[in-house]
Design a protein around this ligand. Sequence first.
Ligand code: GCB
Length: 590
Amino acid sequence: MNMPQDPFHHLHDEAYLSAFDQPRLQADTLLALGGRPQQSLDGDWHFTLDLFDEGLRQKWYTLAQAPAQAWTHPRDYDPYTGGTVAVPANWSMLRPETLHFEGGGWYTRIIDHVPDPDCPITVLRVGAANYQSRVFLNGHFMGTHLGGSTPFCVDLSEALLPGPNRLQIQVDNRRELDRVPMRHVDWFNHGGIYREVCLLRLPSLHIRSAKVDWTPERGLCVRIRLNQTLDTVAHCQVPALGLRLEIPIHAGQGEAFAHCNPRMWCPDDPHLYDVHFECGQDRLEDRVGFRHISVSGTQLLLNGEPIFLRGICVHEDDVRLGKVSTEADVRRRFADARAMGCNFLRLSHYPHHEHVARLADEVGILLWEEIPVYWAIDFANPRTLADALNQLHELIERDHNRASVIFWGVGNENADSDARLSFMRTLAQSARQQDPSRLISAACLINREHFRIEDRLAEHLDVIGINEYFGWYEPGFEGLQRLLDQSNPDRPVLITETGADAKAGHHGRDDELFTEECQARILSEQVRISASKPYVCGIAPWLLYDFRSERRHTVFNGGFNRKGVIAEDKQTRKLGFFALQKRYTILRAR
Ligand code: GCB
């Protein structure tokens, strides 16, 4: 006998989340964009915040569209009426009262589908949504994605109907101990869908990823992965080099090599080549620079020549837009960094928008990209490791063809423990296996016991990153000098952070905390002392712009980390900016 369903069942079910745990939308389902036509889904979506997860508990995604007069049951939410928000955007930036909201939010949009026999596959691609996303189409749960800064794809084809379709995405930005990052960070937890969303229409056989790089030993190397595990042939062309490669595909994958002497990409000459890929009816294109990054002893080499990285760290944060970064904002970042004399940016502490690396390829800025394995991650938790590995793979899949990216960073300031070593070693090994063409690093802490640059993880890294704040959190520079003198690393060291807070416009003595003078002196001394050590291959002080942080509430901070050399208006340059500029001019001439 069919029992009628208890209409209050959802009030007593605290296991409601388990229904939305699988399938996971992961790196292996990501699709290379490669110049494919995209149907943008940016713009207005119906939206509501949902602090108590009522939508998941009550299954809001099953609510059919009906005028209120025709409702047969009372509703707590009508996804088809009410407020809309723009995508991409962070809900924290929408209204003052949603600034600190941490919980769920529902996005609903009707999409019209016209079937195309040549392109029967329709894939939804979300550039980034912080932190967990759950996708529903016409009431069906399609999958869930973890990670707040990497893209994900979901094949909608099977649930898509000709005509109007109801697409819903529930996004949840709660801070949790087992997430990556975990609940304690020094930046703002902006929620929502904050990068572009689109639909891709594809032939049934298509290319998932097309990777290309260049090494002195093998020349051009092309790797193709298809969406099906079959045997066929793909092609890759680099017209300006007169190259056409045939790539035999076995079980959906293949690679090919060709000796050639391209004009090498470097910051002073960021030369890019058009590259075309083809398999069956599917075509992709990219603009790629060829360069070779390597390490010899304690030296960092770009195209075989030693290079010193004159860098600066940067967060993706904007007083008006939150984590949304427009092309104009990215170009301004590069212009400011360039004006200071930089050839390198550390994109901290999570994957930034994908157009950052594209534009860096064009303008010639070297990049460090990282995943948010930040501070006290739940290192012993296998689910946390799976999440971190997936974010790393998604980042590498997304940006593999970007010449500007020379480092994959696998962590930041993680206290040494066996669990941390095992977790981060796995990440380093996995990044190396997925992309042998780049350097692996992590921003490590000083070994306080021996007062040396020493970390059990170092043997798994190509370059040792060090965060140190002598002059600021630790008064004086004697410690820095002693640390550098006592260390004898067998590989290059990159100072991945150092700095001091200064409130723009606050002037005083250069030993008075929070003054521009004090910041300028600390930055200047830091660069002078660090760059005098031959094993130091670069420095990236903390950081380009002041940014919103809930940890900082002094009269000087007012909710912002003030270690920027430019204020949060992204215009007011502090004395620290000019101090770095001066040091970098000297280093450039060296
Ligand atoms: C650090 C962290 C960075 C912080 C910075 C600071 O070491 O890596 O995320 O914002 O220090 O300002 O204290």
